[in-house]
Design a protein around this ligand. Structure first.
Ligand code: SF4
Length: 497
């Protein structure tokens, strides 16, 4: 272990002044009583008000808390259908018919915290612990970038002195350094998104300097009494506000693509959805930048972790779909992530409700990409069990059949289209244009470099349809685009707008 004095390391992690400086007065930005009040007074919204709310969302305007509460309570089947249609249109307007794919990469399963619902909690003596060395990380990337063809990762770190910011910086560099030969070019990771414990401003500045994409931290539950029950006192994670204000610190440190989320199933989903919207609002108000992505993982069974199957707040499939709909409509500009926690049928349905990003070929055992060629799950090395272990090619094949194009675009952060800039472009529908061009270029690359079997024909159809739309919708940029497309076809790589 890096430090001999673990207690001291834990004690020094939290910097109270990096919480209070963002607060006005005693209260934080999650107004618990007000959320309950909003949920009660908006219980029976009338149809015309609901239709006005949907119209507002279709103008890509964030909804107010009372409007969000009204949508949460919709039960009428006719109105639910209208919500679905509106969510689909909002997504089409902002993100067109693209799905961005990525792979999660767990670099270790050591953790000093003791969250009741997590297989990695320190008291789970049956978990086999491991932190990957730089050599082992390279081996994982050789599979992810060299064999599967991923370009984006979400790299997951535990809260532990052996996975501190020095380790994070070194591992991100190791990931970006790997270049693998592919059929016509090279396979490499071009965007590392990070899911890490809350860091200080100084640490976040160091992380930012490595060239990360999105920094992601989930509050798990915004309901304070539940938070305190599930995250024991005396652990770092036991400090609700250290976690709650981490995105303020990230934005101050210059990381302007931030990802928020809640773990659904710990407390009442209605309260968590309202809180996510309040969180988005707070960031917009203070920094002019809402969350780049919102995640809404559902509690899944985990090895030797009885809480995961006993929680009284577990979310049904119908409720889960409602969560997606409401967030899509309440924060219309935001990216929305669904992961392989969910089953294939649920993921398929969720895409049409507003999802913009998903993972594939997923393995979450530490070292599993290189170590388990069969793609099997290893309960005693992973945080929870997956619902969908299909390969990237299978998932992409399904998307193409559904008429979606898979995008491997990583241009945004490399061209400075991040933070407020990207928010404005998304709201105006302009970012969609860059993305459409880059989706075709990167999908062409992936098809030429990594398809093994089966889907080439359906992929070609999608590419040709997209090219025809670009020609029709963007005649001025089309000549430049098609020139880049031809260069990609002839073996050049990593061209983008
Ligand atoms: S949820 Fe995160 S912080 Fe909590 S025990 Fe698991 S890995 Fe550690």
């Amino acid at each position: 272990m890096k430090t001999q004095n673990l207690d001291q390391w834990i004690e020094e992690r939290i910097k109270p002044e990096e919480i209070t400086k963002y607060m006005t007065g005693e209260n934080d930005f999650i107004p618990q009583e007000e959320i309950f009040r909003q949920l009660i007074v908006n219980k029976e919204p009338d149809k015309s008000r609901l239709r006005d709310i949907l119209a507002k969302s279709l103008e890509i305007k964030s909804l107010e808390p009372d409007e969000t509460a009204a949508l949460i309570h919709v039960q009428d089947p006719e109105l639910l259908e209208e919500m679905k249609a509106a969510a689909f249109k909002v997504k089409k307007k902002v993100y067109d018919n693209r799905i961005v794919t990525f792979a999660p990469l767990y670099l270790g399963n050591e953790c000093v915290n003791n969250c009741l619902y997590c297989g990695f909690r320190k008291d789970n003596a049956l978990m086999k612990r491991r932190i990957l060395s730089m050599e082992e990380i390279k081996k994982e990337i050789e599979v992810l970038a060299g064999k599967i063809g991923h370009k984006r990762l979400i790299v997951v770190y535990g809260e532990h002195p052996d996975m501190d910011v020095d380790y994070m910086v070194a591992s991100i560099k190791a990931i970006y350094d790997v270049k693998m030969p592919a059929r016509h070019g090279i396979g490499n990771i071009r965007r590392v998104n990070v899911n890490a414990p809350p860091l200080s401003v100084e640490e976040l500045k160091r992380l930012h300097a490595t060239g990360i994409g999105t920094y992601q931290v989930f509050q798990e539950t915004y309901h304070r009494p539940t938070y305190e029950k599930l995250h024991p006192k005396g652990t770092i994670k036991g400090d609700y506000r250290w976690r709650l204000y981490v995105m303020h610190r990230a934005l101050e440190a210059g990381i302007d693509d931030v990802g928020i989320g809640a773990l659904f199933g710990l407390y009442d989903w209605r309260y968590e959805v309202m809180s996510l919207v309040y969180h988005g609002w707070e960031l917009e108000k203070k920094f002019g930048i809402g969350p780049h992505t919102v995640s809404f993982p559902r509690l899944e069974p985990a090895y030797n972790t009885p809480y995961t199957t006993h929680s009284r707040y577990r979310v049904s499939d119908e409720e889960f779909k409602k969560i997606i709909l409401v967030i899509r409509l309440a924060l219309p500009y935001t990216g929305m992530i669904i992961t392989a926690r969910e089953s294939a049928p649920m993921r398929r349905e969720a895409i049409s409700l507003g999802i913009t990003q998903t993972d594939a070929s997923t393995q979450i055992g530490v070292g599993s990409y290189a170590g388990r060629a069969d793609g099997g799950q290893e309960g005693d090395k992973q945080q929870f069990f997956l619902g969908d272990t299909r390969s990237l090619e299978e998932v992409i094949g399904e998307f193409t059949e559904m008429g979606y194009i898979t995008s491997f675009c990583t241009a945004g952060y490399r061209c400075g289209r991040t933070g407020k800039c990207i928010m404005d472009l998304l709201r105006s529908g302009t970012e969609g244009k860059f993305c459409k061009l880059n989706a075709v270029l990167t999908f062409r690359e992936w098809v030429d470099d990594f398809t093994q079997n089966g889907i080439k024909e359906s992929a070609e159809k999608v590419i040709q349809r997209e090219i025809a739309e670009i020609k029709e919708q963007m005649p001025r940029i089309y000549p430049k685009f098609i020139a880049a497309y031809e260069r990609i076809k002839n073996g050049e790589r990593d061209l983008y707008f």
